[in-house]
Write a protein that binds this ligand. Structure first.
Ligand SMILES: *[C@@H]1O[C@H](CO)[C@@H](O)[C@H](O)[C@H]1NC(C)=O
Ligand SMILES: *[C@@H]1O[C@H](CO)[C@@H](O)[C@H](O)[C@H]1NC(C)=O
Length: 242
């Protein structure tokens, strides 16, 4: 079982989150932008709909798509990213699901973001491309404690740092791998960035996420630090399709 905490403070959301996660295909988390709203059936909304249609086609073949639609105040920027191992079909399904769901949850917000296991979708009136999103981050962790936290934490950090090195030089900005633990157990890890980032910013984002591990996942059997530009995850079971 997982518990979560929104990095900035929304502790109360944790329970709702926990319920959702058990169901499985529901979003991991979403965030609606603060104040800026658009008008029903206005140009911004039309542009947003076009952008969603574009991302649905553009992202699945490579697992990543970004685009902008419209001009000036009605310009919408967005991107969709699927987990690196996810098939074209599952990627498409995840983007369809997320674009419907985010519009329900954030019906008139100019900016929003939603995360699933398989994909991430975000849009904004602000051009965020190429910028590391340090805000809107959340954590997830397995409630089970490991028996030797100090050594386990060290291994977790070692694996993920290794995978951060691999991800930032990889064209998909994605890496998975494993590390032997004692007693024939293994640790499995994943690192991934949105591909609008430069490789050096991808590395920065991942290193920063890794530095958050003590805040969420100290001695926990599994953990994730998930943000708008990158995410990391480790588990003691395999969780990606090979
Ligand atoms: C927007 O369009 C929908 C569908 O055409 C319509 O049902 C709705 O009433 C419209 N909303 C406004 C505020 O015009
Ligand atoms: C793990 O450790 C924490 C802190 O010591 C404790 O509160 C929690 O109940 C433990 N979890 C399990 C599943 O035993």
């Amino acid at each position: 079982m997982y518990f979560s905490r929104f990095a900035t403070s929304l502790y109360l959301l944790s329970f709702a989150f926990l319920l959702q996660t058990i169901v499985g295909t529901d979003p991991l988390f979403h965030f609606c932008s603060s104040s800026e709203k658009f008008i029903d059936n206005g140009t911004y909304e039309t542009n947003l709909n076009k952008l969603m249609g574009y991302l649905y086609l553009a992202a699945p073949p490579t697992g990543f798509g970004k685009g902008s639609v419209g001009e000036k105040n009605d310009k919408v920027n967005g991107l969709a990213l699927c987990r690196g191992d996810v098939s074209n079909t599952d990627c498409k399904a995840c983007i369809t699901e997320s674009s419907g769901e985010i519009r329900k949850r954030c019906p008139d917000n100019k900016a929003a973001i939603i995360w699933y296991d398989y994909c991430l979708l975000k849009y904004s009136n602000v051009n965020f491309f190429g910028q590391v999103a340090y805000q809107n981050r959340f954590y997830m962790w397995n409630l089970n404690n490991v028996s030797d936290p100090a050594s386990f934490n060290q291994k977790t950090k070692e694996l993920l740092s290794n995978l951060a090195q691999k991800a930032f030089i990889n064209s998909k900005m994605y890496a998975t791998g494993e590390l032997e633990l004692e007693e024939s157990e293994k640790l499995y890890g994943l690192t991934q960035c949105t591909r609008d980032l430069s490789s050096s910013d991808c590395k920065k984002c991942l290193d920063d996420a890794i530095s958050e591990l003590p805040n969420c996942c100290d001695g926990k059997e599994g953990g994730r630090v998930v943000g708008g530009s990158c995410n990391i995850r480790y588990e003691i079971y395999p969780f990606v399709n090979s």
